[in-house]
Design a protein around this ligand. Structure first.
Ligand code: SAM
Length: 454
């Protein structure tokens, strides 16, 4: 039996793709991948550092795995954002043998070999090597129907609260040729949906125009969207868009190509101009709302989701009121609400005006209630509409139901069986729940389904 590796992933889609890439490289190097830490010879934790809780979760998991694997004593490695940021300090936890930063993914086999060869602690926080290609084998993908395709790594924005520029380095875009070829391969192997991913996808700026010469557009990103749409991949989603770089031509591209899905994630973070400035977001509430208006005025019914941080240092009651206002005005289809978490090394960590935890919790709950009201209206608006749903699994609630996502990225459940897995089905919505829709499979032609939430 070969050496078995188990990888546990925390955090964002970028980490999911890094795990897929790591698993591809490890299998190529002769390792077996296993589903449980208890049967593994090597346990790797792919970590997230965006909030303190994520970091604590990893520490707890390392302890649990150490306790449950005492007899086997597997090699233990920490990869990803926490590894990049904390480096050597991670070895203070005596059980850790490998520390591999965010760009060391392809060198994991060599690092593991060094430990197996007798070294007790190995570390690699280096850059990606020249000529490395993003290679993910279909068996390592997180879903047989939906694939994540990274288009840009890193972040140049340096928002004052955010650790990402430090953990993932500067923005580097893949060429359109490489991205289009990957999407084309995925289409040919039966994938129905791709998500173009990156911290700020619309800041996409490749070193060369290679692969997009025949596609017009106001920005590199909107040209890339057209190039990817032209592959004929059935559904294309993209996340996250950075508000300052959001150009109306993105909406134009969506209107031109039915396979560009009707969902945009545009994190606002706060509705207060004073706080947005302190966050160094590079936009104010009115310029953000102008972008929302462009999205809402589209010929397509586009779903809009967002992120908000409550309790940023110095956030007053009236700043928070402004956040409630922008959430009501933007009418989000979904909202991720985060309590501010101090990230050592970021400029915001030095700011005075800490919001007491009790106050932070109250704001969190109030914003959640506000969004619930907005969202129930948005969801109810889908009743009677027909949406295209990619069936991704059986429903956890009922053995007679299947579940999937609409083109507007809402969870939709309906009566059906596993024969529908991987198919795009027209579903007429009959009921709206707080975070999902329920409907019945219709008999409209697929072309209508592809237009989704229109
Ligand atoms: N690039 C995206 C942007 O800022 O537009 C966000 C990427 S970040 C990985 C995902 C979300 O985590 C952010 O939108 C933000 O709401 C939240 N987040 C980031 N840093 C945080 C912090 N220090 N405390 C609480 N939430 C944070």
């Amino acid at each position: 039996m070969g050496t078995r590796v188990y990888i546990e992933t925390f955090g964002c889609q970028m980490n999911v793709t890094d795990t897929e890439r790591a698993a591809t490289g490890l299998r190529k190097a002769g390792y077996e991948l296993t589903e449980s830490a208890e049967t593994a010879d090597v346990v790797l934790f792919n970590t997230c550092s965006v909030r303190e809780r994520a970091v604590q979760k990893v520490q707890t998991r390392i302890g649990e795995v150490r306790d449950s694997t005492r007899a086997r004593q597997p090699v233990i490695g920490v990869m990803g954002c926490v590894a990049q940021l904390e480096g050597e300090a991670i070895f203070d936890n005596a059980v850790v043998n490998i520390v591999a930063g965010t760009r060391a993914t392809d060198r994991l086999p060599a690092l593991i070999e060094r430990v197996r060869g007798g070294e007790s602690k190995v570390i690699d926080l280096g850059e990606r090597a020249a000529g490395e290609i993003w290679d993910v084998s279909p068996v390592e993908r997180h879903s047989p129907y939906v694939a994540f395709v990274p288009i840009i790594e890193g972040c140049n924005k340096f928002c004052s609260f955010c650790i990402v520029p430090y953990s993932r380095g500067r923005e580097i875009s893949r060429t359109a040729t490489e991205i289009v070829a990957e999407v084309e391969r995925l289409r040919q192997s039966g994938y129905k949906e791709v998500h173009l991913i990156g911290q700020n996808v619309n800041s996409y700026r490749p070193k060369s125009e290679e692969g997009m010469a025949s596609y017009t557009g106001a920005t590199h990103f909107s040209r890339l969207l057209r190039a990817v749409a032209a592959t004929g991949m059935e559904r294309i989603k993209f996340t996250t868009s950075f508000p300052r770089d959001f150009h109306p031509d993105i909406v134009s591209a969506i209107e031109e190509y039915p396979n560009l899905c009707d969902w945009i994630h545009l994190p606002v973070q706060s509705g207060s101009d004073r706080i947005l400035k302190a966050m160094r977001r590079g936009y104010d509430s009115s310029s953000y709302l102008r972008r929302v208006e462009t999205i809402r005025n589209s010929r397509r019914k586009l779903a809009l989701t967002s992120d908000v941080i409550v309790g940023f240092p110095g956030e007053t009651e009236s700043d928070f009121e402004a956040t409630l206002d922008i959430v009501k005005q933007s009418e989000y289809d979904g909202l991720y609400i985060f309590k501010y978490s101090t990230r050592p090394g970021t400029p915001a960590a030095k700011l005075a005006g800490e919001v007491p935890p009790g106050e932070m919790k109250e704001r969190f709950l109030m914003l959640e209630r506000t969004q619930r009201q907005v969202q129930s209206r948005r969801y109810a608006d889908y009743i009677g509409r027909t949406v295209g749903v990619l069936v991704e699994g059986e429903s956890s609630r009922s053995a007679d139901d299947v579940t999937g996502h609409s083109t507007c990225h809402k969870v939709v459940n309906f009566r059906g069986d596993s024969n529908l897995l991987g198919q795009i089905v027209d579903v007429t919505i009959t009921e709206a729940k707080p975070n999902s829709l329920y409907g019945r499979a219709g008999d409209l032609p697929l072309e209508t389904a592809q237009l989704g939430c229109t």
